[in-house]
Design a protein around this ligand. Structure first.
Ligand code: GLP
Length: 251
């Protein structure tokens, strides 16, 4: 019987911010040199802005020891290029960007050379692995850019984005077309993190959340893999939880 994630249903998305900041505080308090894996996407913007305030005002003990990374990057999007994931993280939380030249932020490669992907994965391992990984979920139930059908045993790899994923990214790249390919952390890589905290807010995520928590654990629903990890917290608002049937822990 796979372990069941802890699920908390919050009054609204804003209520996740203090919970996520507490997760960061706990990580910093319990690990000498913690590696925190950020997720991109609108789900995390408010939290990242709040984190910026905490870091800028020195309100996080041991923050100087923090190492950071993230889940995925569009091919051909180096850190300074608008639309890219590092650019997005740095816009919401400039303190993260300041860690880049100090070698304390490990950006996901933006090229498809197998050696770059291997080197990135090894860098994460040398740093002791990801202690806390934040995750969003696509409305097609993707995790990072692991689209439906991706095998569960993948490491960092280059992937072709699903049409729903590109549709969701369209506004971000307008008037240009969204990219078609990205480098993504694999599902096996994500599972290596010691703790996973997944957030989903809004009606558009409700079906993906129900499939993740109550459907079959299988590559057709990449996010369902979180049910095989033993240390997972899922934070939902009421809309995202609206298709869960009774009995889901915390529901
Ligand atoms: C993006 C990212 C994911 C993210 C998801 C949801 O494409 N690759 O890591 O969790 O889609 O994004 P949003 O939070 O904007 O809904």
């Amino acid at each position: 019987m796979p372990p069941s994630p802890a699920v908390r249903i919050l009054a609204n998305a804003a209520a996740a911010v203090p919970v996520l900041l507490d997760e960061v505080r706990t990580l910093l308090a319990t690990t000498a040199r913690p590696l925190l894996g950020f997720a991109t996407g609108g789900t995390f913007t408010t939290f990242l802005q709040a984190l910026q305030q905490e870091l800028a005002h020195g309100r996080l003990a041991n923050a100087g020891n923090l190492l950071a990374t993230h889940l995925d990057e569009y091919l051909g999007f180096p850190p300074g290029r608008a639309g890219g994931m590092v650019h997005e993280l740095g816009t919401a939380c400039p303190q993260l960007l300041a860690m880049l030249p100090k070698g304390m932020f490990f950006p996901v490669p933006h090229d498809d050379a197998p050696a770059s992907l291997r080197a990135h994965e090894q860098r994460l391992q040398r740093a002791g692995g990801v202690g806390l990984q934040f995750l969003g979920i696509g409305r097609n139930s993707h995790l990072a850019f692991n689209e439906p059908g991706t095998a569960f045993d993948t490491g960092f790899h280059v992937t072709t984005l699903a049409e729903t994923t590109r549709d969701d990214a369209r506004a971000r790249f307008a008037p240009n077309e969204p990219p078609t390919r990205a480098v993504t952390s694999g599902l096996a890589t994500i599972l290596l993190a010691k703790r996973l905290v997944l957030c989903a807010f809004g009606k558009a995520k409700a079906a993906a959340v129900a499939a993740m928590l109550q459907g079959t654990v299988a590559p057709a629903c990449p996010a369902s893999i979180v049910r095989t990890h033993s240390n997972v917290l899922v934070l939902l608002d009421r809309d995202a939880a609206s298709l869960l049937h009774a009995g889901q822990s915390g529901a």
